[in-house]
Structure formats: C-alpha cells, structure tokens
Design a protein around this ligand. Structure first.
Ligand SMILES: *Cc1c(COP(=O)(O)O)cnc(C)c1O
Length: 396
C-alpha cells in the first residue's frame, strides 16, 4: 500500500538536505542532492580512517560494511548473495555484458532508447566477434514494442539488454513485460535500471531480469563513485567474469583458483568503504520513505511540470511512453538548450542538457533538438517547479 507523502514529510526531507537551501535542484537524473545522513556517514568514516588506518577502520566496521549488500537486496527484492557492490552503474553493467562469449551470428536485442555506453559496448563486441546488434522498435506511444520483441526471438538471440528509464526522457519501458517474454524464451535479460533505481518501486522478482545495474548518485541520492549489480544465480553460475582478482576468486593452490559463487565474483577487492557505507545509508533512507510513495510523488510532480511547460508558447515537451517518470525534457524554439541551461543556472536552477551523442538509436527515428532535462525528485516542491516554468517563460 502506498502512503502518500504529506507536506510535513517533504519539509523534513528538505531539512535533511542542506542543498535545498542553496539551489533548485532539478538535475536528479545527473546526481541528486544527498541527505545529510549520507554525507555524514561518508565523512565520519573518512575521518576515522585518517586517524585510525584504513584496514583498522574497515575491520572495526566490518559488520556495517557487510550489511550494505543486505540493504540493497531488500531494496530490490533479492538475496544478499545476488548483489555486487561496485563503483558505478557502468562498471556493474560491463561486468555482466563482457562476461558473455558471443559468436558470429549471435543476436543482441536492445531498445531504441538505449544508453550510449551500453550501445558502444555492443558495437565493440559486434566488431570483435561477429555478433549482431538489433534495435527493437518502439510502439506508437514511444515505449519498447513488446510485439516487435516477440517477433524477433529465435535461437540466435543470446541476450536481451534494455534500459528501463533512459537518460534522455521521462519514458518508462515495459521492463516487466520484457522480463516475462525473456524468461519464457529462456534468454538472459540484462536491465539497465540506472535511472529507475530510487524513483520507481523495483522488484527483481516482478521484473524477472537475470541482471540489473544501478548507480548510487542519481535517484538514490547516494555518493558519487558507487554502483551496484544484481545477478540471478541462473545467469551468474554460467558467466565467468572477464576479469578476476583475489576477492572475486580465491587462489586455492599454485595452479588452482575458485571463482566466488555469489555477487563477489563481479567485485574487486579495493573499494572506498566510506562511499560504500554512504550508498547503504542512501538505500536505507529511500526505503524508510518507501519506494511506492517516492514513485507516486516524483511521477505527480513531473506530470505537473510537463503540463506547466506545455502551456508556454514556443516550448515543446519531448517525453514519450505510456508510463512516465520524473525526467522531463523540453526545448525552447529559437534558443539552444545549452543557453537555456546557462540562464537557469544563473537563476540557481540546476538542469542539464541531453544531446544526441547520448542516444543515437533514438535520434535516428526521433530527430530531436538538444533538450533541456529537468529531473524532479520527491524533495522538490511545486514552488520550485513554478520557478522553473516562470524562468523558461521569460526565455521563450
Ligand atoms: C547515468 C546512466 C548510466 C551510467 O551510470 P554511471 O553510474 O555513470 O556508470 C547508465 N545508464 C543510464 C540509463 C544512465 O542514465
């Protein structure tokens, strides 16, 4: 059941977030403002390391550090053994993708709205192995067309890998439907949940994905330089990581090693434990609020912002899809997106700019201008959205 957030809840979240006194932060899809619970966790740990020693501090906090995968597992409806803690969503995604052994003629199916880094990896591997990358078409709403996905399935399809929420818009792809199709066809399903984690209520049992990658700094409000990966044992057991170390594997005899059976196989030994603890604090902060409540507020605020922006002459809102989330993209006729962003920044409103080098598959069909991206979070207020709309109206 969703407990709708009240105004006093939002006031409390803002008091927890010193940045809300400084800026109107609508760049949560870039890197959200962290609550002080996250920042304090990181800083306290780093200070302790500086006076106690890195290894000694890690030993003293071993229980807390080990509890982070547990928290991520609860957040995703997974088991702790299925979680790897990494330093970015990209690193998580690469750990899975580069563990596949593709052969000439193998097919990789992806979506129009696919993220640039993932597409670049497909192209590299296609060039190297003779595997083929295919883009599943969108339906008329702009989301991945599940009927087109079904038509494309055959024994050569070795991987279905899509982005849940793209960096370039409010679209939410029908990941659960894709998961059901992939599972019944017995094809591994890799989901890039980098933009959905922390704003949508995710559950890997519902998504039926074999692997899911996410980052700390975006909607989860964690520190930069953190990420996580979920892998289902049915995929993990048959994927040998492209790279191993003494943490992801054990050197059991001079000529022997064993790969860790759990999520550690996709981690490396060295990490910033302060950041890992900060990621854990961010996950717990989000879970205390409740992801259903977060999703409800983020979705409602973004819908409100789209409606307000659409009223302004010369402004086009570009988000598509049946289901939409907290990312709002728009352009102002006659003014470059970069100029709009700069003008907004001068008014202490943080947004970002989306450019086609981030979404060439999408661009091929949609022919979008550079877009301003305003990504809202639950700690944003209607007053802040009004401030953005008024500033854009002055520019338009
Ligand atoms: C930001 C982003 C990524 C990459 O996340 P990092 O943590 O920077 O590696 C991957 N996919 C999507 C859809 C993103 O928006």
């Amino acid at each position: 059941m969703t407990t709708t957030l009240r105004e006093e809840d939002v006031d409390r979240f803002r008091r927890d977030t010193p940045g809300t006194e400084e800026v109107v932060h609508l760049n949560n899809a870039g890197s959200a403002l962290p609550p002080r619970q996250v920042t304090d966790t990181v800083l306290d740990y780093l200070r302790e390391e500086s006076v106690r020693g890195g290894y000694e501090t890690a030993a003293a906090h071993a229980d807390r550090i080990q509890a982070v995968p547990d928290a991520i597992a609860r957040f995703l409806g997974a088991e702790a053994a299925d979680i790897s803690v990494t330093d970015s969503a990209t690193r998580s995604w690469q750990a899975v993708f580069y563990a596949f052994r593709f052969e000439p003629g193998d097919r990789i199916l992806t979506c129009r709205s696919e993220y640039a880094s993932n597409a670049i990896a497909y192209l590299q591997i296609a060039r190297r192995t003779g595997a083929v990358v295919e883009v599943i078409e969108d339906d008329e709403s702009g989301q991945l067309d599940v009927a087109d996905l079904e038509r494309r399935l055959d024994d050569d399809v070795k991987l279905i890998a899509i982005t849940h929420v793209p960096t370039q818009g409010g679209l939410v792809n029908p990941a659960e439907e894709v998961g059901a199709i992939a599972e019944s066809a017995g094809i591994p399903f890799l989901l890039d949940a980098c933009q959905s984690a922390g704003q949508l209520d995710l559950d890997v049992r519902r998504l039926r994905c074999d692997a899911l990658s996410g980052t700390g700094r975006k909607y989860l409000r964690g520190p930069r330089g953190t990420g996580f990966l979920y892998t289902h044992p049915r995929l993990r057991d048959r994927l040998e990581p492209a790279m191993l170390d003494l943490h992801s594997a054990t050197w059991t005899a001079p000529a022997e090693f064993e790969i860790a059976p759990d999520g550690r196989r996709f981690e490396t030994w060295e990490r910033n434990h302060g950041l890992v603890l900060g990621l854990g604090a961010a996950v717990e902060y989000a879970q205390q609020i409740g992801l259903a409540a977060i999703e409800e507020r983020v979705t409602a605020l973004a819908a409100r912002l789209r409606a307000d922006l659409s009223q302004i002459a010369g402004v086009s809102v570009h988000d598509q899809g049946k289901r939409k989330c907290g990312i709002v993209t728009f352009s102002v006729a006659g003014t470059d997106a970069a100029e709009v962003q700069t003008a907004l920044a001068a008014a202490k409103i943080n947004t970002s700019v989306a450019r086609p080098t981030s979404y060439q598959y999408d661009q091929e069909v949609r022919r979008l201008p550079d877009m301003v991206r305003a990504s809202v979070h639950y700690y944003n207020t209607e007053d802040e959205l009004r401030a953005l709309a008024e500033a854009v109206e002055r520019l338009a």
